[in-house]
Design a protein around this ligand. Sequence first.
Ligand code: SF4
Length: 361
Amino acid sequence: MKYVDEYRDPELVKRLAAKMAEVSRTPVRFMELCGTHTMAIARHGLHHLFPPTVEMISGPGCPVCVTATEEIDRAILAAELDGVIVATFGDLVRVPGSVGTLAQRRARGARVEVIYSPLDAVQLAAENPGDQVVFLAIGFETTAPTAAAAALAAQAQGLDNFSLLPMHKLLPPAMNALLSGPDLGLHGFLCPGHVTTVIGTAYYQEVVRDYRLPCVVSGFEPADVMASILMLIQQIEAGQPRVEVQYGRAVSTQGNPQAQAVMNQVYRPADAPWRGLGVIPDSGLDLAEEFRHLDARERFDLEVEPVGDPPGCRCGEVLTGLIRPPECQLFGKACNPVNPVGPCMVSAEGTCAAYYKYRRD
Ligand code: SF4
């Protein structure tokens, strides 16, 4: 397949690894900000190819993982209401809240439908006029425009039985929170290709200006990731931090203006709770005034109390690069993919799931 196969070429990956070993002199610690990068590194064993000078740590880039326990509790509360169908992406049904999971509620009769696109939720509402459909609007800037488009579609169709539970998160405020938190000894960021496709690269210029940390926007195939890390190393060795885009086949500096426009039409920035990072100002999205009637929190009584992580679970530290999954005492024992304790073991992009499946270092 054009634009994919060439980035999976093992010979190219080996050549990039050799180049890394040749140019890397300074010990460096980079953070990958996207769960898809975490999974790509683990699945393809790329960490075995890094020179000993290069360390990669994972950040808060998995949308399911950063969802706070109280947000899961609120979704469960919605699923327990008579006449409500909760529509959600698949990973979320197995994430434990403080009162169990959506999957457990579904087993007891709650109506929880797994969907593949926000527009599926709109269709569900159209097909079930006697029920209320609550769509769990989760994800970063990548998925927020599609949820916004679903809100517009429901409005255009005159559906009064569709609402959203806003759970979106925004990447730049989370990066700011990370950078103003405990010193992680970072030397640069492997930046997410998908999010940057929407938001563009302007924010990373601020990171370079304020923190002198290189930022490289990377694709997701093995050669993409290796080439991007090589670019980070070259910036460090040259002493010239800057923003570079390795994923040029999808990312432009200005991002996607249409996606930004639909997101800005439907949503407004709002404070949001993050697992591991607490409440970060303006790091989430609430519905704008003219779409407030589509907010499930307004339509139903969905009050919940903030709660902490499950006992013993250290997802918050995993998500902020403070520990690696094997440092959690529950890893691979009480917590495993069949019986996950925290979201980092549930999600297909979760760091704990990546380590459990592919690595134990
Ligand atoms: S191993 Fe399980 S309990 Fe421990 S941090 Fe990861 S998800 Fe949480």
